[in-house]
Design a protein around this ligand. Sequence first.
Ligand SMILES: *Cc1c(COP(=O)(O)O)cnc(C)c1O
Length: 418
Amino acid sequence: MKETKDYKPESLMMSHGYKPELSEGAIKQPIFMTSTFVFKSAEEGKAFFEVAYGLREKEADENLGLIYSRINNPNLEIVENRLSLWGNCDDSAIFESGMSAITTVLLEFLKPGDLLLYSSPNYGGTDHFIHHFLDKIGVNTVCFDAKDSKDEVIEKIKQTGKADKLTHIFVETPANPTNALIDIAMCKEIANEFSATNDENVIFTVDNTYMGPIWSNPMELGADLVVYSATKYIGGHSDLIAGAVLANQELMIRVKTLRTFLGNMANPHTCWLLSRSLETLMIRMEKQQSNAIEVANFLSTHPKVKELFYLGNLDKNSKTYEIYKKQYNSPGAMISFEVKGGEKEAFTFLNNLKVIKLAVSLGSTESLAQHPASMTHIGLAPEDKVKFGISPSLVRLSVGVENAQDLIEEIGLALDAI
Ligand SMILES: *Cc1c(COP(=O)(O)O)cnc(C)c1O
C-alpha cells in the first residue's frame, strides 16, 4: 500500500486526516460546532489532560484526545494536518488571523531585553506591532532591507550595542509591495553566527504569505518557522481571515501552548472553509501565476507604464535574480508597477477597473488592485516611502483566476484612460 508520504499533497487534500466512518460516512467533514467533548471515562479525561498539559509524552500511537475547542477541535486538526503536508514539516497551527500567528510567534520567542532583527518594508500590521508594542515591553529592534549585504546587516546588529542579546530574526520576502527579495540563506548564516556566541539560539522566522506554500518552502532554505496570513492564497476566496505557523515539533509545541493560553486559534467554521480552500490551492495558484505572467508581459512594453516590478521580469544579471532562482519556483502572482505621472494618473487607472476589484488584500480568486502609497503603506514615513520605492504612481495588482485576455483588455483600457 502506498503511504501518505508517497502521495503529492494535492492528492491528499480531499481526505487526509478525516475518517468518514466517525461521521456517518459523510465524504466531507461536518463542522464540529462544539465547545467541549464528552470523555468516555474519568480515566480517559485524565489521560487527555496529562498530554495536553505536557505532564507526559504522547505514546507512539496516541493522538491528543479531544478536550475543549480552545485546545483542539476536529476541524482545526484536519486543516493543520493538511497544511503540514504542503510545508513538508512536523506540524502547523492555525490562528484566527495572520496577525495573531505573527504576534504569537514574536511573543513566544522574544522577552524584555532581547534584540529582534527584522526586514523592512514589512506588512503594516507587523511593523505596527514591532514599533508600538514590542518597544513597550522592552524588546530592542533593528531593521535591514534587501539592499544590505551580510556584512552591513551584521554591522547594524553590532551598532545596537545589544548584539549578544539577538534572539530572533523575522523577515518578509518577497517584500510588499515592490517584490524586493531578502536572502533567506544569508539570514540563516547570521542566525548561526550569533547562535554560536550568544547565550541563546537565534530563531529565524519567514513570513511567506506572498509565495507559499506552493512556490517556496523557507524551511528547506533555513527558516525555523514559517508564518502565513491564510487570509491570502491559502484561504484564497476573500471570505475569511486566518493565519498559520509551520515548524518542527519542538518549536510548534511552544507556539501551540501559547496559542492555547492566548486563545487565538481559528474557529471550526473558518477551519472548515480553509480545508475547502486547500483542495484547490495548487490549481488556483497555478492559474494565478500563468495569468500574472501574461499580464506582466503586457505591462512590460506598455507606453503608459514607467516601471514594472514582477519577479518574472527581473534583469538576469542582477543579484535579485540570483536570490529569486535560489528561493522560488515561480514568479508568483503579485505585480506592482508605476504608471507615468503621479497619484492622479494612478487613481484614474484604478477608477477605470471593473472585473478587477479596487480593494486591499491579495491571493484571492478575483484580481485585486490598490494604491500602496495612500492605502496599505500610508503609515510609512515619507523618507521610507522613497527608500522602498512606494511612489505616488505605484499600483499593486494581485492577479486572480479570471481569463487572462479579459484581464489584459481591462488593464489596457484603464491605462488608456490616463
Ligand atoms: C495580510 C498580511 C498579513 C496579516 O494577515 P491578516 O490575516 O490580515 O491578519 C501579514 N503578512 C503579510 C505579508 C500579509 O500580506
